[in-house]
Design a protein. Structure first.
Length: 544
């Protein structure tokens, strides 16, 4: 493949000006929504203000076949199509202030041109059959004839509004020329051109297997290496250590994003590279300091994923249960808060914050408040407040996170009505409820390795007994689950409840032992026990 495939560097506008392009018939249709287009335009504006180039990734072509003269787009059609639509919007806006000569030049260079071999004026870009008609209407200046829900129409409307804002009056038409020159000369892409479609798809799949996150990692690595100057060996060594601790490149990028969010607030994956590039700048000392900060944060990040990590040997707070909660529930959005805490607070204060955030996250999970952008944004802003030393203690952090944390009444109601609980989560939940029961009844606390294989999860009403819709919906709820020693679970097996009470009576877990006093076990019993456990839940995961 290396002998037949050409790799190079070009500008996005050049691709439209220099080649005839088409989207293969079987490719997906245009899919960028208004948010994608607005982000593209915003990035272009930011690059112009900085007088900087803008990198847009890799484009993969297949060379023209024997029966055609067009390069076929395998990867990059969304970017190329949106760029062409933007050129159409620039053309249309230039016509309005009677800059028809410049508008005609935009059309001839980027949109439609004369081809000697065909002795005709042809479109430089041909989209897939689903988009062909809509794009043709745009080329003909007939955007208003397209349905309002057409993505091509929406993309054009966003672009048209943007260029109108750049040049609201005729004398500001130079802003549009600057934008067209930027698209032609300063929007950089890497180009892979294969001999045919099968080879092009091999290249595309290889790049996709490596993933968009890996591209971000590669870009960041190359940027840091180029900025490192006299510290190149230092940065290179540290980067190699960072990479060695992650099995997959996307995991490395995830950590790097969490680290950035911990200091600067929420950022999308697509904007991460440019955000870090802006932060570090072009100073060698900044590159050295950045990679050093990453190394320190990585030690905490890896420790947060491993309760046995040596990092916890120097912490005088028991964080094991909190770490297992993070592992079992997959709490990710709050990681930046913890990275900020361990970077700015003492280890013990940060460890206490870890325990608190784990408690709040459990509450938020039951109340359904952890999903979506609101949680990410809230945790990001809280992390930034810690890093800027605006939030100096747990109380201020609790205030910032208030919208995510249900009060006791809300939490207990959600706990009772919560649906199925996975086995790994149930073992953690029941163990914490057991500890809360010890606290409530002032029994001496005893260490319980609930995460060991010696402790199993018992379905009081067995799965095999779920013979109706109502019963099936209840067997995996927390009220029907109990911790039971493995040696006792063997004897209990799938026996009816009445025959399992002896095993429950012999358990060392108090909440399980109490089941032996029940005469029968029905669906109503599950709901009643869920209410009893909910009272303990407010103690197990306190709000304050």
């Amino acid at each position: 493949m290396a002998d037949t495939t050409r790799f190079g560097h070009d500008q996005l506008g050049h691709l439209l000006a220099d080649y005839l392009l088409e989207v293969p018939r079987f490719q997906r249709s245009y899919s960028w929504d208004e948010g994608n287009v607005e982000e593209f335009l915003s990035d272009l504006s930011a690059a112009r203000k900085k007088d900087a180039d803008y990198f847009m990734g890799t484009v993969v072509f297949a060379r023209p076949g024997e029966d055609g003269d067009r390069r076929r787009i395998v990867d990059g059609q969304q970017r190329l199509a949106t760029t062409a639509i933007l050129f159409i919007a620039i053309r249309d806006r230039l016509h309005e202030p009677e800059r028809s000569r410049q508008a005609d030049e935009i059309e001839k260079r980027f949109l439609r041109g004369y081809v000697i071999a065909q002795d005709d004026v042809v479109e430089r870009l041909i989209l897939s059959p689903d988009d062909l008609s809509g794009y043709q209407h745009l080329l003909n200046g007939e955007s208003q004839t397209l349905p309002s829900n057409s993505l091509i129409r929406k993309s054009y409307d966003v672009c048209a509004g943007h260029v109108a804002g750049l040049a609201p009056r005729p004398k500001q038409h130079e802003n549009l020329i600057q934008l067209s020159q930027q698209l032609e000369n300063r929007v950089q892409v890497l180009v892979a051109e294969a001999t045919d479609l099968p080879e092009a798809y091999v290249i595309f799949e290889t790049l996709n297997d490596r993933g968009a996150d890996l591209t971000t990692a590669d870009l960041l690595k190359n940027f840091l290496f180029s900025a490192a100057g006299q510290y190149f060996r230092f940065v290179e060594d540290r980067w190699a250590q960072l990479e060695s601790n992650f099995d997959r490149p996307e995991d490395l990028v995830k950590f790097i994003r969490y680290h950035h969010v911990s200091r600067h607030g929420s950022v999308s994956g697509r904007k991460l590279y440019r955000a870090i590039q802006s932060e570090v700048g072009d100073k060698a000392t900044s590159a050295k300091q950045y990679i050093d900060d990453l190394m320190k944060a990585q030690q905490v990040y890896l420790a947060l994923r491993d309760p046995e990590h040596s990092y916890w040997n120097n912490v005088n707070v028991d964080v094991r249960d909190a770490l297992y909660a993070y592992r079992r529930f997959g709490f990710e959005a709050s990681i930046p808060v913890l990275l900020a805490g361990f970077a700015k607070w003492s280890h013990d204060d940060a460890a206490r914050l870890l325990v608190k955030v784990a408690n709040w996250s459990v509450r938020s999970t039951f109340a359904g408040r952890l999903g979506g952008g609101v949680a990410d944004e809230t945790f990001g802003e809280t992390a930034r407040a810690i890093s800027s030393r605006t939030a100096r203690n747990q109380t201020s952090v609790r205030t910032l996170l208030a919208k995510l944390i249900p009060n006791d009444v809300e939490f207990m109601e959600a706990f009772v009505t919560y649906g199925d609980v996975s086995a790994s989560r149930a073992k953690y939940l029941l163990a914490m409820l057991e500890k809360a029961d010890e606290q409530k009844h002032q029994r001496p606390a005893r260490p319980v390795d609930w995460y060991s294989r010696a402790v199993t999860l018992e379905h009081i009403l067995p799965l095999s007994a779920a013979n109706s819709e109502s019963t099936s919906a209840a067997v995996n709820r927390i009220g029907n689950l109990a911790l039971l020693e493995k040696r006792l679970n063997k004897s209990a097996g799938r026996k009816p409840f009445e025959d399992k009470r002896a095993a429950y009576r012999d358990s060392s877990f108090e909440l399980t032992k109490r089941l032996a006093s029940k005469r029968t076990w029905r669906t109503r019993s599950i709901t009643d026990r869920s209410r009893e456990l909910a009272l303990l839940a407010a103690v197990a995961w306190p709000d304050k």
